[in-house]
Design a protein around this ligand. Structure first.
Ligand code: ACO
Length: 337
């Protein structure tokens, strides 16, 4: 039997649309206020993609930066995984478009659909390929453009989301470093808590469906809220236990950036102090699968992470799905830390 190989992050990159939409801009669209949005969510502004800015274009931009950061060329990639629920087409997978754009001629490519947990799912899958020695260089992208699927007349949802992409290069690393553990979970019984009802094969889009805005996001927000606060703690503790670590060992907690109140309530429940949590939800809102790799890129590039640090990522989202990774940072190739 082959020895298992640890996988580590050797480069990070991110891309967000230029257009900033503030809470004041949203006040012009629906009955809401900056004060309501900030106190209930912590969000002050979000990025909104132009018609020609898509998951593929933002994902490719982030991917190129992650490769540059790692000092690896695209032809060395074995696999591209794109976590997204807002891909350019129903099919083929957006990862295929990114593969062409960046010139990753030797790479296989596929998407993972796990909503806001997508990046954690994709990283865990990629880790498996490297761990067994089957592959060496895997690009893991989280990218979403949820603003293209919002009902801009629904104040329950339109204030929450933003667009963007983040990418990491995953490659073999030294024992004891890189991805130490993961936990993934799903409660499919709650598939109807958040999602898009129309446009799939069960409920194909019709003129009537478009009038009813069935092609946009519907959500029971307070159910997501309660689920998220509980599952963030449970998933983090589970992944930490698998890595034989505890909350005290966390140097930086990088949660899915959906809502500041959710993050603070989950942290309180775990006994995790705020200065060990990375937060950027006020700038970007909820960018779904992109939120963790964007936060990771900003954390690494601003010096919040150094070699040897224990990082915990945790995601939750539609499905309902959740997941967490424990990572001992070892980004030697990227020249960080
Ligand atoms: N502005 C003003 N009032 C609003 C707004 C708004 N933008 N949105 C809702 N309200 C109103 C509601 O209509 C309600 O009024 P009512 O009592 O007259 O009916 C009132 O505010 C309170 O509503 P609540 O739902 O109790 O507000 P809550 O404090 O729960 O905050 C929120 C709502 C922000 C949506 C919260 O529940 C939340 O963040 N939930 C999690 C959402 C989330 O993270 N979703 C993403 C999941 S990840 C994925 O897979 C994409």
């Amino acid at each position: 039997m082959r020895e298992l190989i640890n996988s580590g992050i050797s480069g990070v990159g991110m891309a967000v649309p230029e257009r900033i939409m503030t809470n004041a801009d949203i006040e012009q669209l629906v009955e809401t206020s900056n004060e309501w949005i900030v106190t209930r969510t912590g969000i002050k502004e979000r990025r909104v993609s132009a018609p020609d800015e898509t998951v593929a274009s933002l994902g490719a931009k982030a991917a190129k930066l992650a490769l540059e950061n790692a000092g690896v060329t695209a032809d060395k990639l074995d696999l591209i995984i794109c976590a997204t629920t807002t891909g350019d087409f129903l099919w083929p997978a957006t990862a295929c478009l990114i593969q062409k754009d960046i010139g990753a001629v030797s790479a296989a490519a596929f998407d993972i659909s796990a909503a806001c947990s997508g990046f954690v799912y994709a990283l865990s899958v990629a880790d498996g390929f490297i761990r067994t020695g089957a592959m060496k260089n895997i690009l893991v992208i989280g990218a979403d453009t949820l603003t293209k699927q919002l009902n801009w007349q629904d104040r329950n949802t339109c204030v929450l989301f933003g667009d963007g992409a983040g990418a990491v290069l995953l490659a073999p690393t030294q024992p004891g470093y890189g991805i130490l553990s993961f936990t993934l979970g799903t409660d499919g019984g709650k598939f109807d808590v958040i999602g898009i009802r129309g446009g799939g094969t069960r409920n194909p889009i019709t003129h009537e469906g478009l009038d009813l805005k069935e092609n946009t996001i519907v959500m029971r927000g307070s159910e997501v809220f309660k689920f998220a606060v509980k599952i963030m703690g449970d998933a983090s503790l589970n992944a930490l236990e698998k890595a034989q670590l505890t909350i005290k060992d966390i140097d930086l907690y990088i949660p899915h950036q959906a809502n500041l109140r959710i993050i603070k309530a989950a942290a309180d429940r775990m006994g995790l102090d705020e200065n060990r949590i990375f937060l950027n939800v006020e700038k970007y809102g909820n960018t779904s699968a992109a939120s963790i790799p964007i936060a990771m890129t900003e954390a690494a590039q601003s010096g919040r992470i150094k070699t040897g640090d224990v990082i915990v990522t945790v995601g939750f989202g539609a499905g309902l799905t959740w997941g967490a990774n424990v990572i001992r940072w070892d980004c030697r190739n990227g020249g960080m830390g």
